[in-house]
Ligand binder design. Structure first.
Ligand code: ADP
Length: 384
């Protein structure tokens, strides 16, 4: 079924002329892979960055013809731009395909310096993990709330489009209001502005957005949301270190990245890959957080080192990146997260909230100082 829709969509898109009114967008090779799921269609059209605004009618025309295809209930079409090094940054982000070959060092530096910031947002940081289930989203939420508790204006962008859990953590739901044009109003939870793919897609919808779709969804959430003035925007990255994550890290103007790991060796190997990934795109690693580090007894409040914890601290030292702290394994963290009131807001006086606030303060200090001492000058890690 979805293959038939895909073919019909491609056929219909042949009616849309290219940016210079010569040929059609399909024959010109400007249409990305078309993603179809439950009557929803998403794809991107590659245009020169400097012409993105002027070509908005092209995007709308493509969306319109696709919506007319039988079986299509909704269509999301994004313009993506290939930016040539040295070209003037424009509103449209550069989106090379995630499978783009590894760039030589100079080209990478040019890409990094050409990344346009987001007006009103002072710093953007990523929270990442080498694999899923290590508590990355829980850490993102509590870190963001810790920063807010420390007096900063904070936003959270849930880019974990494979499993967006930020709406649940912040107890926010519904669809973001449109502010006219393509601008969306973020939702707000505990004083933190929140935007998630989860708001735009039903929770049950399998999020198998791939390649350029993932990137255009992220850049849209970054640039087409009215974030207002923020000290820090925390991006909850999708877990893993594949091409999609690498391209995301490359596309967002990141001041730095926090890596979350559990004490288990396997996770640490994944964490090392995360570290290598950010270094590869010249994003400083702000440090490693060891989550589910030790067991905090709910009755006596004492600490039990039931895991071979400390692995992350040793690893951080070895890799010369800051070690940001150890978060215990507690039922309270899980329960408060599930209940939509993370521990930093539900038990602000408790010892765990204190740990999160200290990590938040250290991260904020580092980015304020330009994040220069972190992750630089450390040994090179081979990225496989
Ligand atoms: P990820 O984003 O890495 O997939 P989550 O943040 O969704 O991971 O966490 C996975 C599960 O582990 C959730 O149920 C969460 O409540 C729980 N969890 C995370 N950190 C802790 C912790 N320190 N103690 C107890 N449970 C935790």
């Amino acid at each position: 079924m979805s293959d038939t829709i895909k073919q019909a969509v491609m056929e219909r898109l042949r009616q849309i002329k290219g940016p210079d009114l010569e040929g059609d967008i399909v024959s010109l090779g400007l249409v990305s892979d078309v993603f179809v799921s439950d009557g929803r269609v998403a794809f991107s059209i590659t245009v020169p960055a400097e012409r993105a605004q002027e070509l908005e009618p092209l995007r709308q025309a493509a969306e319109k013809v696709v919506k007319e295809v039988e079986g299509v209930e909704n269509a999301m079409v994004a313009l993506t731009a290939e930016r040539r090094p040295g070209a003037t940054p424009s509103a449209a982000p550069a989106t090379p395909p995630p499978s783009a070959p590894r760039q030589p060092q100079r080209a990478r530096e040019e890409t990094a310096s050409a990344k346009p910031g987001v007006p009103g947002i002072k710093h953007i940081i990523a929270v990442a993990s080498g694999k899923g289930g290590v508590g990355k989203s829980t850490t993102t939420a509590n870190l963001a709330l810790g920063m807010a508790a420390n007096g900063l204006k904070v936003g959270v962008l849930d880019a974990d489009i494979y499993g967006p859990s930020i709406p649940r953590l912040f107890n926010v739901s519904g669809r973001p209001e449109s502010l006219g044009g393509r601008l969306l109003k973020p939702l707000e939870g505990y004083g933190v502005k929140v935007m998630s793919m989860g708001f735009l897609v039903e929770e049950e919808t399998p999020m198998i957005w791939r390649g350029p779709m993932v990137i255009s969804a992220l850049t849209q959430m970054l640039r087409e949301v009215d974030w207002g003035e923020l000290d820090v925007l925390v991006v909850d990255m999708p877990p893993g270190t594949g091409d999609a994550q690498l391209t995301m890290a490359q596309q967002v103007p990141l001041a730095g990245a926090v890596i979350v790991s559990t004490p288990q060796d396997l996770a640490l190997i994944d964490a090392r890959k995360g570290l290598a990934m950010f270094r590869r795109v010249d994003v400083p690693v702000l440090g490693i957080v060891e989550n589910m580090s030790y067991f905090l007894c709910p009755d006596c409040g004492s600490r039990h080192d039931i895991f071979s914890h400390g692995g992350a601290r040793a690893e951080a030292e070895r890799l010369e990146v800051p070690f940001l702290g150890e978060i215990p394994l507690t039922m309270q963290i899980r329960e408060t997260s599930d209940a939509g009131s993370p521990i930093v807001v539900s038990d602000p006086e408790g010892p765990v909230a204190d740990i999160y606030r200290k990590i938040a303060a250290q991260v904020a200090d580092t980015i304020e100082q330009g994040a220069d001492s972190t992750g630089r000058g450390a040994p090179n890690i081979v990225f496989d």
